[in-house]
Design a protein. Structure first.
Lengths: 480, 108, 389
């Protein structure tokens, strides 16, 4: 390659809470060159996303404590001396050579001595009849629209999801002026014993928030239904109504319990999936945990993956939320600094120990929380034959079933034969649903279904950006 | 100067806690759309009640914003003649010509 | 040690479930032969299923090829001619969608030297019955308006195009099964021994399959199979890669475009995606156990593509994968029975995706009747026999 390759000690991929915290700790530990690569126009990732240029925060309090927490971390990173590159999309990694495109136009490469993968998460794609209609958005999209873009996504909004995040989020939206017609929580109402357990293990601030949100919703008379799931979304060309139904503990529909709500917007908030594509590309050993984000890289206590020199932190390696991600980022940053020789082993261990205590507490809380809001298998059984399962290539469940009926059990072969997973989203919106369908047909747990293989480019990149320079070997490609 | 946001875009813009930058205007399928600097094309279109952003190639189905974070590629529109630009990751600018994306777009 | 499992027997065992093998299975089974196909994993796993779909029905050549390359491969031109006829009717014959588009094949040059190579190529093609034509700049641009400014001229052959590598071999396999062919997958062949009866015993680890005759259809792994019966079959494989863009407005008119001076095959599928190939090297990733695209190749390939067809430069790259390419020293297929190992047939061709159906067909013709539409003598495996001292 004709272009020169930059060398850095530590490259952190992802500028959300995990990535930022890792950068802060690595710099604090004395790692010379620390570089953060993030695809957004500013740092923050999804959970700490910043307002667009032109917006000014006129009331810090109204901006929310999450926004403020994000700002604190961003200020720390900006002051840390880390090399921050935004609008930067990583498209491939070979050993520790990271290929990326900046601003959609220029391609560069960095050779790292150590890498921290902090790529975060995305909303779980829930394939139900009508989910592709304009007006159906994910909880992440609703949050971005309302909290960051300050635009209400619709006039009559149904929140359908599970977990305290969904509840908190509904109240937030409502407080900002959204007309939430109903909140449909798939899990049963939490028993007071479970709530008490949560209280004891939990982050007090979060628990008080949760209680406050519930109260707010009650005060504004937003109907909150438990054990209720959305089964269908209807409308001509856009959302006009949604059909809800009661479900059992497995989230399976109770026959005869369907009812309709007239809404123009449906927000789907049924959890998150880890964006683990990069760790899969690098060849990290993975394990599957449906409750914690799907296929995630295995890590040791200091968050090293199975690939030497590669760490993974944050929601991209298992869903835990912003605070959890930040704590993991700190551990990875310190551990990487130790492995790079910037910090002695003893010092690294004692710094990590401090964060570990916090992490352990959060992990216990998360475990209990997850138990209350276990994703029920019924969620993956709502699609019907006509339901689109691959949004990009417009393939339906019937198309998928035809392939599975022929005996195919490998999503990669499904992809080859049906185009499911070949589109621009590169399988992000269909892989887990395809795996669930195969698992059901093969009567096996989803972890026995192979994950979709990942190859570069791991995000779509402009041909023009890659085509900038004349290569040295354009005329001597291999014979035949 | 604080904008009286609530009267713009039919009470769908949130006022609390922020002041917006300058107002700007672009078109969507020829219709004038109001936006504020820093808003994505998707947000401005949503505020204007425009939710169908593209028509799929095979089945002619309407699609719009879904994931809001640039991952799903359902919010693609034509911007200044260029097809398949994501509305949720593109900031609205003055005079931009945005159109519904039909299929893969028209040859130029 | 327990005796290996007996998998059964067939009159003909075809080893290799790529397009060569599946096509041979189809034509033999259709001809009434009792056929079994054995593959080490699943059918269409390797080169046949991982290529760019190009149908190379014209001579494939680049400036750095040996000077006498056209002479070496001249006997294959008539094979290309017959292959082109086959591709025009294959979907009807198999009653299956194979994604075949034969809008025409365009070769382009950017310099007088490259143009000279195209002229030499076209002369050989026409002499062999492949009616390509030299087309200079203006006319070329009316045939192929999508070309960029660097192209000065090229050639056009209307019978060329592309197909969908994910569909072709499976379609042949299904058709073969309809005629009674049996398929054994996930059965890697570890040894082939001659039986006293004159037939062959094929070991697949813990199991054994017996056949009167064997067809080696193992593509890049042909040499390995040859060694099992003591034959030298000098096929060399290498990792190559293909990449694909997102869907864009249709501009390429179902053409297969190739650049004679730079590494590029280019086509646009009906769903608008551009498919970029051209033999760019990939590498074998030991950890993931598969051929994987290389950064330099992705970027270099993109550079050539965008330069040759500017519309590609407006697209986004969405997928890339590694595949397999292979070749022989003289660039010719290896087709026919070995005189040294009677009953052992070889069915191999460089650019095997294009040549699979025709090779399977003429090998079956030869097998069933002793004659074939295209003479097999230039392709005999015997040409690699060590000279007797």
């Amino acid at each position: 390659m004709t272009g020169s390759i930059e060398k850095k000690d530590l490259v952190i991929i992802g500028g959300g809470p995990a990535g930022m915290a890792a950068a802060v700790e690595a710099r604090r530990a004395g790692v010379e060159s620390v570089c953060i690569l993030d695809e957004g126009i500013s740092l923050g990732g999804q959970v700490y996303r910043r307002f667009g240029p032109g917006f000014t925060v006129s009331d810090q309090h109204a901006a929310g404590h999450e926004f403020r927490a994000g700002q604190t971390l961003i200020d720390e990173v900006m002051a840390s001396g880390a090399d921050i590159r935004t609008s930067t999309v990583v498209w491939g990694i070979w050993d520790k050579r990271i290929a990326f495109v900046r601003d959609d136009v220029s391609a560069s490469t960095i050779e790292a001595r150590a890498i921290i993968i902090a790529t975060g998460a995305r909303d779980r794609p829930v394939a139900i009849p009508g989910w592709t209609l304009p007006g159906v958005i994910t909880a992440g999209a609703a949050k971005t629209m309302v909290a960051i873009q300050r635009v209400l996504p619709g006039r009559r909004i149904l929140m359908a999801g599970s977990g305290p995040l969904a509840l908190a989020f509904s109240a937030q939206l409502q407080a900002l002026g959204a007309n939430i017609v109903e909140v449909a929580e798939a899990a049963p109402a939490p028993r007071s014993l479970s709530l008490a357990k949560l209280f004891m293990e939990g982050d007090l601030e979060t628990m008080i928030d949760a209680a406050r949100y519930r109260t707010k919703l009650m005060i504004s008379r937003v109907p909150l239904s438990y054990s209720t799931i959305i089964v269908r979304i209807e409308g001509g060309d856009e959302v006009q109504r949604a059909v809800l139904a009661r479900v059992d503990r497995d989230w399976r529909v109770v026959p005869g319990s369907e009812r309709t709500v007239e809404v123009d917007t449906v927000v789907l908030g049924y959890g998150l999936e880890s964006s683990s594509e990069l760790s899969r590309l690098i060849g990290c050993k993975l394990s599957y945990d449906r409750q914690r984000g799907g296929w995630i890289p295995e890590r040791d206590a200091e968050l090293r993956t199975s690939v030497p020199g590669v760490f993974a932190a944050g929601d991209g390696s298992g869903i835990g939320g912003a605070k959890h991600a930040e704590a993991e980022g700190r551990v990875a940053g310190i551990a990487a600094a130790g492995d790079l020789g910037a910090l002695g082993a003893g010092e690294a261990n004692s710094r990590i120990a401090v964060v570990h205590a916090r992490l352990m507490r959060m992990d216990r809380f998360l475990t209990t929380l997850n138990q209350l809001y276990l994703v029920g298998p019924g969620l993956f059984e709502l699609a019907t034959d006509e339901t689109v399962i691959c949004r990009c290539e417009e393939r339906t469940v019937a198309d998928l079933d035809a392939i599975i009926a022929d005996g195919v059990r490998d999503p990669n072969i499904v992809r080859a034969l049906s185009r499911i997973g070949m589109g621009r989203c590169q399988g992000r919106n269909c892989a887990s649903n395809v795996a669930a369908a195969i698992a059901r047909r093969a009567n096996c747990p989803p972890e026995l279904v192979a994950p979709l293989s990942v190859r570069p480019p791991i995000k779509p990149v402009p041909v023009a950006a890659l085509a900038e320079e004349r290569p040295q070997s354009a005329s001597e490609t291999v014979t035949s | 100067m604080a904008m009286d946001d609530m009267t713009i875009g039919l009470r769908v813009r949130v006022k609390a806690g922020v002041t917006r930058g300058e107002r700007l205007s672009f078109t969507f399928d020829g219709k004038p759309i109001t936006a504020f600097r820093g808003e994505s094309v998707a947000a401005a279109l949503l505020a204007a009640g425009e939710r169908t952003l593209r028509i799929t190639a095979q089945k002619g189905a309407a699609r719009g914003v879904f994931c809001g974070m640039g991952v799903c590629y359902d919010c693609m529109v034509v911007i200044d003649g260029e097809p398949s630009r994501r509305a949720c990751t593109t900031l609205a600018t003055e005079g931009m010509e945005v159109e519904t994306l039909v299929g893969y777009g028209a040859s130029r | 040690m327990s005796a290996p499992t007996d998998l059964g027997r067939a009159d003909v065992a075809i080893i290799g479930g790529g397009l060569m093998g599946c096509a041979t299975a189809y034509y033999l089974a259709k001809g009434g032969v009792d056929v079994a196909l054995i593959d080490r994993t699943e059918i269409n796993r390797e080169a046949s299923g991982a290529n760019a779909g190009s149908l190379h029905l014209q001579v494939y050549i680049h400036p750095h090829f040996p000077d006498d390359w056209i002479d070496r491969i001249r006997p294959t031109i008539v094979l290309m001619r017959e292959a082109a006829k086959g591709w025009a009717t294959i979907e009807a014959e198999l009653d299956a969608d194979c994604g075949v588009r034969l809008g025409g094949g365009v070769w382009v040059a950017e310099s007088p030297e490259e143009m000279a190579l195209i002229e030499k190529k076209v002369a050989a093609e026409r002499a062999g019955g492949v009616m390509s034509e030299i087309v200079m700049s203006n006319e070329l641009r009316s045939i192929a308006p999508y070309l960029g400014e660097h192209v000065i001229g090229g050639s056009f052959f209307k019978g060329e195009g592309f197909a969908n590598p994910l569909l072709v071999a499976p379609a042949h396999a299904r058709a073969a099964k309809r005629y009674g062919a049996r398929f054994f997958t996930n059965a890697p062949v570890t040894g082939i021994t001659r039986e006293s009866s004159g037939g062959f015993s094929i070991s697949t680890g813990r199991a054994v399959f017996r056949a009167s005759r064997v067809v080696a259809a193992a593509g890049a792994w042909t040499a390995e199979l040859g060694r099992m019966v003591g034959l030298r079959l000098p096929v060399e494989g290498h990792a190559i890669q293909v990449q694909v863009t997102d869907g864009r407005p249709l501009v390429m008119l179902d053409h297969l475009l190739q650049h004679v001076g730079l590494g590029l095959t280019l086509k646009q599928s009906p769903n608008g995606t551009f498919i970029l190939g051209g033999g760019w090297p990939a590498y074998y990733d030991r950890q993931q156990q598969r051929n994987t695209p290389l950064q330099n190749s992705m970027m270099g390939n993109a550079w050539v593509a965008a330069r040759t067809v500017p519309a590609v430069g407006e697209a986004q790259l969405v997928r890339a994968w590694g595949g397999v390419g292979s070749g022989t020293p003289d660039g010719r297929p290896i087709l026919g029975e070995s005189s040294q190992v009677k009953g052992f047939y070889v069915c191999y061709a460089p650019l095997g995706f294009t040549m699979g159906p025709i090779c399977g067909r003429i090998l079956a013709e030869h097998f069933l009747t002793g004659e074939a539409t295209v003479p097999l003598a230039p392709f005999t495996p015997d040409r690699f026999l060590e000279q007797a001292s």
